[in-house]
Write a protein that binds this ligand. Structure first.
Ligand code: NI
Length: 203
């Protein structure tokens, strides 16, 4: 009973990752929403405007984070293993950068706003890096943010989780530049050195 949801979640994460990777190269309209921003040819249609609430309860938009590169990662706090590993890699990469990490804003956006209130996010992120910003909102708001970033996710009934459901989701980190334009993305399995190097290069 313990292993089953973990394995299923891991398999779902892998499948979702593959699906999303295909989407990134094959189908810019997958996800059902128009692109979050219109960019010139050759740039990925990832990112765009959003309005959400941070872990202190403050309303924020993409403009709140303008002026510094962001590393945007979507997930949910009840995620058994994929999100924690991604957040650990992000935290380790930020630690590796030392004081230079102040030049990057790491952002964790929940795909499960029903359970992930600002308070839940604040408590959860204490286990990772102090600079991590947690974002939530209404279902419509987090759904819109996920669509802007081409994130696949789906609520799936599972009695092993609180509330009786889990969330299958793709698991990529999106590096965005100081003006909010997509730079590149990484799997949650990216190495700490590789991620830290990319973050340093973006500063
Ligand atoms: Ni997850």
């Amino acid at each position: 009973m313990i292993r089953r949801p973990l394995l299923l979640a891991a398999a779902a994460g892998l499948l979702a990752g593959v699906a999303s990777a295909l989407v990134l190269t094959a189908s810019p309209n997958w996800g059902g929403a128009p692109p979050g921003n219109q960019t010139s040819a050759g740039q990925a249609l990832i990112g765009g405007p959003f309005t959400l609430v941070d872990q202190t309860g403050k309303r924020v938009t993409e403009k709140t984070f303008a002026g510094k590169p962001t590393l945007v990662y979507f997930g949910f706090t009840s995620c058994p293993d994929v999100c924690p590993s991604g957040l650990q890699v992000i935290s380790a990469a930020l630690d590796k950068l030392g004081p230079r990490a102040d030049g990057i804003t790491p952002v964790f956006i929940t795909l499960d706003p029903e359970r992930d209130t600002p308070q839940v996010l604040a408590e959860y992120l204490k286990s990772f890096h102090p600079r991590l910003v947690g974002l939530t909102g209404t279902l419509e708001e987090t759904d819109a943010a996920a669509k802007a970033y081409r994130v696949y996710f789906r609520k799936v009934a599972d009695v092993a989780f609180p509330g009786g459901y889990t969330v299958d989701h793709s698991s990529f980190m999106y590096l965005m530049d100081a003006s909010g334009q997509y730079v590149k993305h990484f799997s949650h399995t990216v190495g700490v050195d590789e991620l830290a190097g990319a973050l340093a290069a973006a500063l």
